[in-house]
Design a protein around this ligand. Structure first.
Ligand code: FRU
Length: 541
């Protein structure tokens, strides 16, 4: 019996071999690329009213064409760079270039010329930028530093890692002659993110072996020669592809820091389609070791994907931007000349939640600077069944901050009424019967977003409701939300629960109403602000 048991004991588990070479389709076939169909780019760009109506005023979106992942996020010489996956020719994914914008503060963006082209070597897929301070690559003139991009060149047959240098402060990148710098003969190997690991004095790359559901770690001293260190995964969600890994040390509120590995998974997210998962752990320069078997999700809704962290930030700030979209419907959204936006920049910390778990907390970075005079709206107390409302300024992004405590559960509730009784509901609506609600169910401690009663876009995967637990046994909640044309970002529980959702009302949302159902509520803080328009685009007003 002992022998049998010994034979059956699990040894190291070999990853199954993915049928990499056999696929005929696109390298990332989990999202089709209509723009690659013959003729798709021959149509003229049509501008419609919806292009302006749904255009955000404080979120970055491309003037025209299709945008997905943020790329090459780096702060250099007082300038924040945002490169992005970009099809300049049509509002569909394909013919991927790196679009580019710059900002002094991550909020006010200025368009720049395309920084990397699609070439005969393939499309310019996702990647990163680093500042080669000491010219460790030897690619710059002696004593000079410069920006280096490491990214994936993709063809249907191959995905390899390319290196390009910039000699004009990030305005454009030029591929070095002896590319690729990393080729493992795979067509699902992409999205390198590189940083300098100070304790080991080397550059470290995290890169996705997409279909194998693994993140590979490589090291280099010159950014050109890469040595394999380790592989992480599969871990957490399987999904179809692992994409866009990021590894960063994030401060823990109250002291210390931990390493966090972000992995975007598509499709296969629990809310459908694209999702970003994260692991909290340690990194010794070659291996990432998670602290536990818990996975975190950066979002409880479904429109924040391909998160990338900023490189070269001053101090220990961890700042990220994600694509505000989902591969399930991003190419069908009801705009015609442009598709795709980015989330607001988010400051990330780690915080112990009410149960003691270390979790990611996110907050919009610097947004207060865009606040205009507050919209006058006072409400301290809502009796059971009461509501209070205010007309909304039209055509502007809005920020709402609110914290409230729902009264104790009334005694002698009818059977089954517990759930319906203690809800605090934030309604953005109009007289055409459309509404967006964000609600707190006090006696189960959960928050929801409901976009189902907006009529501008219907598609099977464009699901309506999302929810998250807040603190168990706590009738208090706090929320900060930004509503900006087709985007909603909800930061609840001090940013421990974040929900990002695209929204397509058919008509403007004209009022905000706060409601207490069944049980009264006391409102401790309430702020409603119009945000200053910073995107130089044609918008609703
Ligand atoms: C993630 C992704 C990446 C790829 C890029 C292509 O959204 O699929 O894996 O590099 O988009 O645009």
């Amino acid at each position: 019996m002992g022998a049998t048991l010994a034979q059956a004991a699990p040894g190291p588990v070999a990853a199954p071999k993915a049928p990499e070479g056999e696929r005929k389709a696109e390298p990332n076939a989990s999202h089709p690329s209509p723009a690659d169909q013959p003729g798709a780019t021959a149509h003229p760009v049509i501008r419609t009213q919806s292009d302006a109506f749904y255009r955000p005023t404080v979120h970055f979106s491309p003037e025209s064409g299709f945008m997905n992942d943020p790329n090459g996020l780096i702060f250099d010489n007082g300038v924040f760079h945002l490169y992005y996956q970009f099809d300049p020719f049509s509002p569909y994914a394909g013919h991927v270039h790196w679009g580019h914008a710059t900002s002094p503060d991550l909020l006010v963006w200025q368009d720049q010329p395309i920084a990397l082209n699609e070439t005969k070597d393939g499309e310019a897929f996702t990647g990163c930028a680093v500042l080669d301070v000491r010219n460790s690559s030897g690619l710059f003139p002696e004593g000079k530093s410069g920006l280096v991009a490491l990214y994936t060149r993709a063809t249907p047959k191959k995905q390899t890692q390319f290196l390009a240098i910039s000699e004009d402060d990030g305005q454009s990148f030029r591929d070095i002659p002896h590319n690729p710098v990393l080729d493992i003969g795979s067509n699902s190997f992409r999205d390198p993110k590189v940083f300098f690991h100070i304790p080991t004095g080397q550059w470290v790359m995290v890169v996705a072996k997409a279909r194998l559901h693994q993140i590979a770690f490589y090291a280099s001293i010159d950014l050109q020669h890469w040595v394999h260190l380790s592989d992480f995964g599969p871990s957490g969600l399987f999904g179809v592809d692992y994409e866009c890994p990021n590894l960063i040390e994030i401060p823990v509120e109250g002291g210390g820091s931990r390493w966090v590995l972000f992995i975007s998974v598509n499709p296969g997210g629990p809310t459908g389609g694209s999702i970003t998962q994260y692991f909290v752990g340690s990194f010794d320069g070659s291996h990432f070791t998670p602290d536990d078997t818990v996975i975190g999700l950066t979002d409880f809704a479904k429109d924040a994907y391909a998160l990338q962290v900023y490189e070269n930030m001053p101090g220990t700030q961890a700042v990220s931007i994600a694509w505000l979209g989902n591969w399930q419907y991003c190419q069908e959204l009801p705009t015609q000349s442009w598709r795709g936006c980015m989330t607001l920049p988010r400051l990330m910390t780690l915080r112990h939640d009410s149960s003691g778990w270390l979790r990611l907390a996110q907050a919009p970075r610097g947004l207060e600077t865009l606040r205009e005079a507050p919209v006058s709206f006072t409400c301290r107390r809502l009796a059971a069944g009461a509501s209070a409302s205010v007309q909304l300024p039209l055509g502007a992004a809005l920020e709402l901050t609110l914290s409230a405590t729902v009264d104790q559960m009334p005694p002698n509730l009818p059977l089954g009424d517990k759930g319906r009784t203690g809800r605090f509901v934030i309604v953005f609506g109009n007289d055409m019967g459309e509404s967006l609600t964000i609600g707190f169910d006090a006696f189960s401690g959960q928050l929801w977003i409901d976009r189902a009663d907006l009529n501008g876009f219907k598609q099977p995967f464009f699901t309506g409701q999302f929810s998250t637990p807040l603190n168990p046994d706590d009738r208090h909640f706090d929320i900060r939300l930004v509503l900006d044309a087709c985007t909603l970002e909800v930061f609840a529980n001090g940013g421990l629960s974040v929900g990002t959702a695209l929204l397509f009302p058919a008509n403007p949302l004209t009022f905000l109403k706060l409601e207490a159902t069944g049980t009264g509520a006391s409102i401790e803080t309430l702020g409603l602000y119009r945000l200053k328009k910073v995107m130089p685009r044609q918008t609703a007003l």
